[in-house]
Structure formats: structure tokens, C-alpha cells
Design a protein around this ligand. Structure first.
Ligand code: ATP
Length: 338
């Protein structure tokens, strides 16, 4: 790995990308500002169509931003990628079905001026056991391991993974992240796109969430996953109705009556609990945090709040402010090599 030079793995300022023209223009990436330091593990989250792949394609030099500046490891994306400093595990394409796993890695290795031994790449990607298997017989998860082995060949400083565990079962997913963890411990910068907040929470240090081409949340994993509503429920004792008390406290969410209990949804469940207990309004209180799925749905909802332009990294606690294969080569159709 090249550990010298720029401390910044990725730097984007005002990056835009669009498809189509006129009234049919799709603003896939609509002003992304992002800085990722070397050694960070960043999860890029967002619902379908949020702009993650379009952004990663620009980072990989496959496309050029319509406007804005983008540097990778202090260089243009194309220079960084052609120098073998960026590896990618993409969702589809780039594999020849008639080759074995080992033959594929050997063939791609031959295209690089410098690379680690083929067997080392296979081992590090956890693909030694499938080295003699034909690509066509590999499961989706095994093909991802092969793409991972290819991505490791040049000892890249930056690894980009676009939904790397799509199609993997629970065990394969766990094993994949264990091998990826080992790569992170070598000091590699890892940026991965995922739909699963749980996957981000388990593996990343930082979450960057895109919505409609913009970064709307950028913060440490703990902070982002703590965001979102909580639920407080209890048995009501008060003379006044729970709705009246909620209105006094500025709780605008609906109060639900269920199975003899009253349930409030609010971000400040602790404050509400203090009021209810100190005024003898309810007993047997229980507080439940939103599940990660709920948090993801809240953050990615079309009507989630957005604030003004981002001036630095936005954080989850800023109420979701707006701001915001393989290989070292361009993705190619299934059946052709990069
Ligand atoms: P997913 O999670 O489904 O992979 P994503 O966050 O990666 O989604 P993108 O694939 O970047 O989203 O797509 C962003 C938007 O740009 C979508 O509305 C998509 O339809 C559109 N888009 C992407 N590529 C093209 C293209 N080549 N031509 C026209 N529109 C495109």
C-alpha cells in the first residue's frame, strides 16, 4: 500500500451528476460535499435511487462529474484507479463464466504491472476453497469473494464496495465482513454502499446517508443509529387525558392506547418519563428505542426534514440537514474481463 502522500482518501466538493436532458433530466447526484480520511470505514446508505452508485462510479473514474471537484487519494479518480490505488467490489459484471476462480485471478493479475501473489489474494478474500471452481458454478456470494480477491491484487489504499453482500446468506455475509475487517486492520480505507443500517452499524465507523442525490446525514455510527424516535409506554393514572398532557409537552405524534397501556412516540422519552412519574400520571413505564430498520426508514423518508446547505460534515443530531468485479477497471458486461 502506498501510505505516503495525501492524508485524504476522498474529497468531493459540490459534485453533481445528471442523466438525460430537458424535462427528463435526472439529477442523480445533486451537490455532494464529502471528505473521507485515510483509514476510515464509511458506510454509504440510501434508499433505491438515492445516488450511491452514481457517486461511486465517479469516484472510480467511470464517469466524470458534470460539475464540482472530486479527488481520490489526492489525485484525479482516473489516475488513482489506473495506478492500482483503488480496488472495487461491484454488484455485477466483470467475470468470465468459463474460467475457474483461480484462472480469473491469475488473468487479471497478469494485467497489472505489480500485484500480490494470486494465492495470497485468494486466501485473503477467503476464496482458496473455491479456487478450482468454475465461475459459472459459483454462488452469488462466492462470486463476490472472487471480486474481492481481484480487488485486493494491487494492495489498494482505498476499497470501494457497492452492496458487496447482496445475495449472500447470513453466514456468508458474516464471513465476508470478517475478512473485510482484517483488511481494515491493515489500514485500508473502506467505503461501502449498503441498504442495511445493521450492516453499517456492525462494520462502519461513520455513516453517510444519501437522499435524492444529496448527503442528508453524516456522522459517527453511534450517533446516527441513536437518532430517531423512541416509544414510551405505561399504565395511565392521571385525571387528565394522555392527549392533553402530550399537547402540553409539545409531543405532536399520536398517542396510542393499546392493551390497557398508553404509548407516546417522542425523541425525549427521558423528559416525558420524568414528568409522568413526578406528577403521578402513569406507572410501569417502559422505553423502547426505534429499531435500526425504523431509523433507516425515518432517515430515508421523502418527507424527512432537510436543512440548509452543509458547511461541514453534517451530523445525525442536526435533524438530518441537507448538505448532502472488481477491480481497478471500468465495470464491463457479464462475461467480459475488466
Ligand atoms: P440502488 O440502491 O437501487 O442501487 P443508488 O442509490 O445506487 O440505488 P443510482 O443507481 O445512483 O442510485 O441512481 C440514482 C438515480 O439516477 C436513479 O433515479 C436512477 O434511475 C438514475 N440513473 C442512474 N443511472 C442512470 C442512467 N445511466 N441513465 C438514466 N438515469 C440513471
Amino acid at each position: 500500500m502506498n501510505t505516503a502522500a495525501s492524508p485524504t482518501a476522498l474529497h468531493a466538493t459540490g459534485v453533481h451528476q445528471h442523466f438525460g436532458t430537458g424535462s427528463r433530466t435526472v439529477h442523480a447526484v445533486a451537490g455532494v460535499d464529502l471528505e473521507i480520511q485515510r483509514g476510515e470505514i464509511v458506510a454509504l446508505l440510501g434508499a433505491n435511487g438515492a445516488g450511491k452508485t452514481t457517486f461511486l462510479d465517479m469516484v472510480l473514474g467511470f464517469t466524470t462529474p458534470a460539475s464540482g471537484t472530486l479527488t481520490v487519494l489526492g489525485e484525479s479518480p482516473k489516475t488513482a484507479v489506473s495506478g492500482g490505488r483503488v480496488g472495487a467490489v461491484l454488484q455485477t459484471g466483470g467475470l468470465l463464466h468459463d474460467l475457474t476462480v483461480r484462472e480469473t485471478v491469475a488473468m487479471v493479475a497478469a494485467c497489472h504491472a505489480s500485484h500480490i501473489p494470486v494465492d495470497a489474494a485468494l486466501e485473503r478474500a477467503g476464496a482458496t476453497g473455491i479456487a478450482r471452481r468454475r465461475v459459472r458454478k459459483c454462488s452469488g456470494g462466492e462470486q463476490q469473494r472472487l471480486r474481492f480477491a481481484l480487488a485486493l491484487l494491487t494492495e489498494p489504499d482505498l476499497l470501494l464496495l457497492d452492496e458487496p453482500t447482496a445475495g449472500m446468506d447470513v453466514r456468508a455475509r458474516k464471513e465476508f465482513w470478517e475478512t473485510m475487517q482484517a483488511e481494515a486492520e491493515r489500514g485500508r480505507t473502506i467505503v461501502f454502499a449498503t441498504h442495511f443500517l445493521q450492516e453499517a452499524a456492525d462494520f462502519a465507523d461513520r455513516i453517510v446517508l444519501m437522499r435524492a442525490g444529496r448527503i442528508v446525514v453524516d456522522g459517527p455510527v453511534d450517533e446516527v443509529t441513536r437518532a430517531g424516535h423512541r416509544t414510551l409506554s405505561g399504565v395511565w393514572d392521571g385525571a387528565r387525558s394522555p392527549e392533553e398532557v402530550a399537547a402540553d409537552l409539545g409531543i405532536t405524534e399520536a398517542v396510542v392506547h393499546q392493551s390497557g397501556r398508553v404509548r407516546f412516540t417522542t425523541e425525549d422519552t427521558d423528559g416525558l418519563a420524568r414528568v409522568l412519574l413526578s406528577q403521578g400520571l402513569a406507572h410501569e413505564l417502559s422505553i423502547t428505542a426505534a429499531s435500526l430498520d425504523d431509523v433507516f426508514l425515518d432517515l430515508t423518508a421523502d418527507d424527512a426534514p432537510e436543512a440548509g446547505p452543509q458547511t461541514g460534515p453534517a451530523t445525525a443530531s442536526q435533524a438530518a440537514p441537507e448538505a448532502a468485479g472488481t477491480s481497478t477497471a471500468r465495470p464491463t458486461p457479464e462475461g467480459s474481463l475488466p
